[in-house]
Design a protein around this ligand. Structure first.
Ligand code: NI
Length: 157
């Protein structure tokens, strides 16, 4: 395992759309293992592959001590609304409120290519939504209720 460098806001790769994973092979497992180490090293709750410069649809999350790997994740349904503050390892110290669904059902694949579906709510749902946004080049500051404050403080997009 190795700690990879986190791509920061302002770098163009963070704004690109990630590609679907087709090969569930050694290089994917290496990426997942490195992402896990990188996330824990930086005290993150989640990390998406584009944040380490890899434009593939790979996400990891750790909310309430439950570590989950999601390959090619897709939100298949959502319910309700929830507003909480978020931060991001690619954005720095700014934290801002974001409106997200309260509950989501997500379909994804594990590292061996087997499909699974999880239904989750509140923080885990929020974290997964945040990470899936990264796969489409979207950052939480783009949709934050506090976006104006972020800009006033000199924040980059
Ligand atoms: Ni993030």
């Amino acid at each position: 395992m190795a700690i990879r460098k986190i791509v920061l806001i302002g770098e163009s790769s963070l704004r690109k759309k990630s590609k679907v994973v087709k090969d569930f092979d050694d290089s994917l497992w290496q990426l997942l293992d490195d992402m896990k180490e990188t996330m824990y090293e930086n005290d993150g709750m989640g990390l998406a592959a584009p944040q380490v410069g890899i434009l593939r649809r790979v996400v990891i999350v750790d909310v309430n001590n439950a570590f989950i790997e999601l390959i090619n994740p897709e939100i298949v349904s959502q319910k309700g609304e929830d507003i909480e503050e978020e931060g991001c390892l690619s954005v720095g110290t700014f934290r801002g409120r974001v409106k997200r669904p309260y509950e989501i059902t997500v379909k994804a694949y594990d590292r061996y290519g087997y499909a699974f579906t999880i239904k989750c709510e509140k923080w885990l749902a929020r974290c997964i939504c945040h990470e899936i946004d990264h796969l489409d080049g979207i950052l939480f500051v783009d949709k934050s209720i506090d976006k104006d404050k972020y800009i006033r403080q000199g924040g980059k997009l």
